[in-house]
Design a binder for this molecule. Sequence first.
Ligand code: NAP
Length: 283
Amino acid sequence: MTDLPSGKAVVAGVAGWPVAHSRSPRLHGHWLKRHGIDGLYAPFAIAPDDFERAVRGLAAAGLAGLNVTLPHKEAAFALSGRADETARRLGAVNTLVFGPDGAIEGRNTDAFGFAENLNDSGVTGSGTAVVLGAGGAARAVVLALQSLGYGPIRVSNRTAARADSLAATLGPGVDTVAWAGRAAALAGAALLVNATSLGMAGQPALDLPLDDLPAGAAVTDIVYTPLETPLLAAARSRGCRTVDGLGMLLHQGRPGFHAWFGVDPAVDADLRRAVAGDLLMGG
Ligand code: NAP
């Protein structure tokens, strides 16, 4: 048991541009402390043009690995010598594991994080799912929904071509719906997922009447600032079960922590407070 890192500390971190907003240092810092691990987890602000050189340098310097956030997930996939199946299907990597010889392995744990968050919340249904959005996060969500047994999956995105491309790569069982038809697409749905950035603090609201959504449906939002988005508040007042997006962030960190520090850490109320206490207070 140690409170302060030694000269033998295992070092990992998160690479992003910008990175100052990242909650991953708090997430992994909490786990390191809880498990008394001789380790460090640091933020690395790396500009896109420097990404490959910086990552190879950090791997050569003996880091255990990195989480990768915007805008580097595709670049991280491109430089991974080996990538897991999810990363290959998504063409994106959010977790890098460095071998002792400097080998770089890429993984994508966003789909795992989304699925574990639903499981943790007791949402284990099947049936029709509606996904709004077709960006990187929406692709991970669709993959997770397929693994959980949802289907058909209706995807609606402002830019139709992006939804079509998602359906072409992740189908069959993925149908696209015009953005103008998103409210009507809720009829008969068991689950609604917002995987756009709409509803996030500082972004426009998601304009989505819920009249056609069955009251027995569950609703989840991958936006977690605020924790209760206007969509989740509206769904709750209809009597729908709601799941916020913070758990996805917390669970996606588990596989990386396990690979670097050797412990599969727990996601619990203490962790939620440590990572997002300001949001829990409504801040
Ligand atoms: P992205 O690739 O940039 O995709 C953004 C999505 O939002 C696209 O579908 C985009 O539609 C849509 N969108 C943005 N502005 C819009 C508007 N004004 N009207 C309609 N649609 C709009 O981003 P991403 O990586 O998928 O991330 C999406 C959100 O998920 C972000 O808020 C991110 O913070 C959050 N996220 C959360 C977690 C978590 O752990 N909880 C993990 C990953 C991401 P177009 O294609 O038409 O532009």
